[in-house]
Design a protein around this ligand. Structure first.
Ligand SMILES: C[S@@+](CC[C@H](N)C(=O)[O-])C[C@H]1O[C@@H](n2cnc3c(N)ncnc32)[C@H](O)[C@@H]1O
Length: 328
């Protein structure tokens, strides 16, 4: 029965994060009724989640009835972005695997705003170190970064703050775009978000970015428009901005490699992450596939690498800094 326990535990943790109960409890103990009232929650259901999590040693009830986070509960906080992405964003995909396995079934819709929010949180923690190493190889600091498939503008915002440049994020998912737009309301305009996709934004935008970031998005284009669509995107980028650098981040598809998949983080995260992709119209690919595609498009790999091993020691998060070959 352990797998069933994991399903309920992951769902209850995401409920704690998503409702704001976790944030309240980080500040100190509270009575469930007060939590429910402050956060506009149903009291009986709030207690049901808290009692479940008390059995799991995530929260503990004091004799007077107040509830607080346990040390174990506090430790989960570091991973809330993973819960946002995989539970908030993909739980419905996992819950409908059987129906979606039917021949001819359509891709399942994810919850785009949670995928975007979670992905940005995971990236700020992990691939940011890789991005830093790759941008250090740029010939000059960029003035404008175009982030195609930005999800939440949080990741782009962090990159622009580090590099001291402007950023434009492009996002096709309506809910993720709307959440991003709200997030940027009242900001200084250094980072903007526009609605669009890799397939159409380069022609529509009429800008000349120095860096085009495409993080965890080429496999979306591959799933939606096939390899021709990815090739068209790469050509569009360098036709619009011949001197630009393209920064690609992609996961390496190594699910059939036991030497990688016995790794604890590969089993805890990547195995489930790999699972949801074919159900949502995305097509992941191994390192060799991407490198051959870049080579066949005559792109020069200025630098490549993986996320720092002290953050993700699986080596499954790949990055390339690409530019058009001279004379292209
Ligand atoms: C895994 S998220 C990555 C988000 C962000 N780049 C990051 O690294 O945090 C993939 C994003 O690509 C977006 N997306 C899906 N299809 C796309 C397309 N055809 N063009 C651009 N973005 C797309 C999704 O809506 C989602 O926000």
């Amino acid at each position: 029965m352990e797998p069933f326990r994991g399903l309920a535990l992951a769902s209850a943790l995401q409920a704690l994060f998503a409702t704001g109960v976790y944030d309240e409890l980080e500040h100190g103990e509270a009575r469930p009724a007060a939590l429910a009232e402050a956060l506009h929650l149903d009291e009986e259901r709030t207690i049901a989640v808290l009692q479940f999590l008390a059995v799991e040693d995530v929260v503990a009830f004091a004799p007077a009835g107040a509830v607080g986070l346990t040390p174990r509960g506090r430790a989960y906080g570091e991973f809330r972005a993973w819960y946002a992405m995989m539970v908030g964003g993909y739980a419905n995909v996992l819950a409908t695997l059987a129906e979606s396995m039917a021949a001819g079934a359509s891709p399942t819709a994810r919850r785009g705003e949670w995928v975007a929010l979670g992905s940005a949180g995971v990236d700020v923690h992990s691939s940011m170190t890789l991005i830093r190493r790759l941008v250090a190889r740029l010939p000059a600091p960029p003035r404008l970064v175009l982030d195609v498939g930005c999800g939440s503008p949080r990741y782009l915002g962090a990159i622009c703050a580090e590099l001291g440049c402007r950023g434009i994020g492009v996002e096709p998912d309506p809910a993720a775009f709307e959440a991003g737009r709200r997030q940027l309301e009242g900001s200084d305009g250094t980072v903007r978000i526009v609605r669009g996709s890799a397939q159409d934004c380069i022609a529509a935008l009429d800008i000349v970015p120095d860096v085009v970031l495409t993080a965890f998005v080429l496999h979306e284009v591959l799933g939606q428009s096939g390899e021709d669509g990815v090739r068209r995107y790469l050509r569009d980028v360098f036709a619009a901005a011949p001197a630009a650098h393209l920064l690609v981040i992609e996961p390496d598809l190594r699910q059939d490699d036991p030497s990688v998949m016995r790794h604890g983080y590969a089993r805890a995260f990547y195995n489930g992450y790999y699972l949801v992709h074919p159900f949502t119209g995305q097509r992941l690919a191994p390192r060799e596939y991407w490198e051959e595609l870049f080579r066949s498009e005559s792109l020069t790999v200025v630098a490549g690498g993986t996320t720092d091993p002290d953050i993700d020691s699986t080596g499954l998060e790949l990055g390339w800094l690409l530019r058009a070959a001279p004379g292209q």
